[in-house]
Design a protein around this ligand. Structure first.
Ligand SMILES: Nc1nc2c(ncn2[C@@H]2O[C@H](COP(=O)(O)OP(=O)(O)OP(=O)(O)O)[C@@H](O)[C@H]2O)c(=O)[nH]1
Ligand SMILES: [Mg+2]
Length: 333
């Protein structure tokens, strides 16, 4: 299932938007650097491929030492990016994201809506969810472990008490908290109290007001004033504004991880795959160079590296290679 989702995510991210996101994510210097280095590599591959046309004559157009230096400098750019991904621990475990709030706030409805699946039981009886319900969700290539919990209140029986205890444990373990409240029902005071608690917990959180479909403007303004911070207004049942919530989730992870690591951070599975793909291909090309392999072997590894780099930076066509060959050489001469 995890693999299937990852594959689905890879396919889904193969779009203009994801290429743009890739560039944004590889932030300023990194993306520009990668594009420059890729162009230099294209020029080298063109030279190596040209050697193939003169196979019998044992010519060497591509300066091997310069090629080696170029590959080493590309790898120096790749490595911190690859490591940032591991450091975020995002690929392995996902971002533990727990949905908490009072009973009946609509936590299970939100879980189901985000997962697009009737995973948790929804009912108008407060205290419906007693156990912890978890599933994986991919947003912009980031893996989230979404956790629905028992609503927080004074428990009415033993089982609910255990459920609430688990909610609190999950909150402590979570990387991110979605604090969900029933906007139509909550009082300004109750929101204030809840906010004080969640702020004191020190966890990164998103404040989400549910049931906007049942909310009047005056109440919405009142709650906005009380909160004095961004509230994500949604209707879980009608699936209103869920895209904005998804975007906030993925932004939050990107910026937090960036703060933590202090530089560009790769959180996208697809990017990570292309970064390691490039790196592995370059490692093979480098050991090929050391072993003195023939240009066709070298060209093969370099092409793989270019393919990955091109998909990362969002500009891949084999025409690039042809252009480079024809802009620099006149074969006829
Ligand atoms: N009007 C409206 N009702 C909603 C919305 N989202 C959920 N509900 C209703 O609110 C009730 C409670 O929803 P649940 O998702 O079970 O709430 P919960 O927070 O998981 O509740 P517990 O598991 O008891 O803690 C159900 O009757 C839902 O249909 C919404 O956006 N608008
Ligand atoms: Mg529930």
């Amino acid at each position: 299932m995890v693999q299937a989702e990852a594959v689905a995510d890879l396919i889904a991210s193969d779009s203009d938007a994801s290429h743009r996101a890739a560039l944004t994510q590889l932030r300023g210097g990194f993306s520009k650097q990668l594009i420059d280095l890729r162009q230099q590599l294209i020029d080298f591959v063109a030279l190596v491929e040209l050697e193939l046309d003169f196979g019998e004559e044992d010519v060497e157009f591509a300066h091997r030492d310069q090629l080696r230096q170029l590959m080493l400098s590309i790898r120096r750019v790749l490595h911190p990016l690859i490591e940032s991904f591991a450091a975020g621990n995002v690929i392995k475990n996902g971002v533990a994201t727990v949905i908490v709030g009072k009973p009946n706030a609509g936590k299970s409805t939100l879980l189901n809506a985000l997962l697009n699946e009737e995973k948790a039981i929804v009912s108008d009886i407060p205290g419906t969810t007693r156990d912890v319900i978890e599933d994986e969700l991919f947003i912009d290539g980031i893996r989230f472990r979404l956790i629905d919990t028992a609503g927080l209140r004074s428990a009415t029986d033993k089982i609910e008490a255990i459920g609430i205890e688990r909610t609190q444990q999950k909150m402590r373990d979570a990387a991110l908290v979605i604090y969900l409240f029933d906007a139509a029902l909550i009082s300004a005071d109750a929101l204030q109290t809840a906010l004080t608690e969640i702020r004191e917990s020190g966890k990164p959180y998103l404040l989400v007001g549910n049931k906007v479909d049942a909310l009047d403007d005056a109440k919405q303004q009142q709650l906005t004033a009380v909160a004095d911070e961004e509230i994500h207004w949604i209707s879980a049942a009608r699936q209103t504004n869920l895209d904005a919530l998804r975007a906030s989730l993925s932004n939050r992870v990107r910026t937090d991880a960036a703060v933590q690591i202090g530089s560009a951070v790769v959180t996208n599975v697809r990017h990570h795959d292309h970064l390691t793909g490039t790196d592995n291909a370059l490692a093979r090309a480098l050991s090929g160079l050391d072993a003195g392999v023939t240009p066709d072997w070298l060209a093969m590894d370099l092409r793989v590296a270019l393919q990955h780099l091109g998909e990362l930076t969002g500009q891949i066509t084999t025409d690039d290679l042809l252009d480079s060959i024809f802009s620099k050489f006149c074969i006829g001469k």
